[in-house]
Design a protein around this ligand. Structure first.
Ligand SMILES: *Cc1c(COP(=O)(O)O)cnc(C)c1O
Length: 396
């Protein structure tokens, strides 16, 4: 597996210590180690159990609305001179791919005999998804959210409360997502007998990066079957997804890692952990991180709160290392333009996160001429309309 052999055995299991190449692992205090080991064993057993898989498939179908469709964008394809397909995760219940992960972890929580979910959230989307799963299962739910983020995302705070969750402000550090993760881990250690930590992306200590990717694999598997049916057995030339922690990208990449398709993860220019980070350890994992000159974790800054994570899942760091995937970035201005373009040409208002993936396709269209490009449309834009109205109202 070298950069000159990019189509190798990718996206299988990490090694027993949870390593993807030189990344991943389990960098946690002694007190958290037993909880990680218990979770690893429980997930491994559940994932191999056909009854668990059938119950999860049933929930994904009857509750979340899977399978999500694959949509061919005829007008935008013509404008760009390529063939553009969208995997429609925006049509899932709660409006994004996040429901795949939380339903899986909620079922696992029930199987472990636990009754309380702890989660972190930044923009509030993962908190809302977790609160939704908790309401469905009758679990207690506590969501940690940076105090600054709570102020910025009042609507999602209210949604979580409506769903019956308690939202606790993270008051340490910069009072944003990375502090909320620390608080959630602290809660988990103290309450591990009754609580499961429902982590929101392919990050954190082993088994989370692997487990969360497996729970999102369903979207990649569906997209593989759907695009083969559409393309007469062929695969798309390029698979594109936005990258915050990297879970929606991991889901779609996992469906195509063993094909010749190019895999492209698009980061925000202001939060490019793979493109602009250095190797380091945060939140229990070794990965690429945005750090300042003193090694302090730097705040990510982008128009899309859902991508403001200063790190990235370790498997993406590894896919970058081996050359199997590439991680370019786009600016906020390119993202706003892409958001407007998809809306006007296809009648689909995307979330600002997947607008990053579209922005890269639009910018690179000349070099993608004639190719089939599959974009994972990870979420819908309803949550971003008010923010865009403040920016664009005078122009319309
Ligand atoms: C949360 C979110 C993301 C970023 O998370 P990943 O783990 O990188 O997928 C992307 N898109 C949408 C719509 C989200 O809600």
């Amino acid at each position: 597996m070298t950069p000159t052999d990019p189509v190798g055995a990718h996206m299988g299991e990490p090694d027993p210590s949870g390593r993807f190449g030189r990344f991943g692992g389990r960098f946690v205090p002694e007190t958290l180690m037993p909880a990680c080991i218990e979770l690893d064993a429980a997930f491994r057993e559940a994932w191999a159990d056909p009854a668990f898989r059938a119950e999860l498939d049933g929930l994904l179908h009857d509750y979340a609305g899977r399978p999500s469709p694959l949509t061919e964008c005829h007008r935008l394809s013509e404008e760009l001179g390529l063939r553009l397909l969208l995997k429609r995760e925006d049509l899932n219940h709660t409006g994004s791919h996040k429901i795949n992960n939380v339903l899986g972890q909620a079922l696992l929580t029930k199987r472990m005999g636990k009754t309380r979910l702890v989660a972190e959230t930044g923009a509030g989307q993962h908190g809302v998804a977790t609160a939704t799963a908790a309401a469905l299962m009758g679990f207690e739910c506590v969501v940690y959210m940076g105090e600054v983020d709570m102020e910025r995302q009042k609507l999602n705070v209210f949604r979580m409360k409506l769903l019956g969750a308690e939202v606790r402000p993270a008051l340490s550090g910069s009072r944003t997502l990375k502090d909320a993760v620390n608080e959630a881990m602290r809660d988990w250690v103290a309450t591990v007998v009754t609580s499961h930590y429902c982590l929101g992306s392919v990050m954190g200590p082993h088994p989370y990066p692997w487990m969360v990717r497996e729970l999102h694999r369903v979207l990649g598997t569906e997209a593989r079957e759907q695009s083969r049916a559409l393309l007469g057995g062929a695969d798309p030339d390029v698979i594109v997804a936005c990258v915050g922690g990297g879970s929606n990208a991991a889901g779609i990449f996992s469906g195509f890692a063993d094909t010749a398709a190019a895999l492209v993860g698009v980061e925000p220019a202001g939060g490019a952990a793979v493109g602009g980070g250095v190797p380091g350890v945060v939140h229990g994992m070794a990965s690429f991180l945005k750090q300042d000159e003193w090694g302090q974790v730097e705040e990510a800054q982008s128009i899309s709160a859902g991508l403001d994570y200063p790190g990235v899942g370790p498997e993406h760091a590894h896919l970058s290392d081996t050359g199997r995937a590439t991680y370019p970035n786009v600016t906020d201005a390119e993202v706003i333009a892409a958001f407007r373009t998809l809306t006007r040409t296809e009648g689909i208002i995307p979330a600002l996160e997947p607008a990053h993936a579209l922005a890269w396709v639009i910018r690179e269209a000349p070099s993608l001429a004639g190719k089939t490009v599959l974009v994972n449309l990870s979420g819908r834009g309803d949550k971003d309309v008010a923010q865009m109205m403040d920016l664009l109202e005078d122009e319309l």
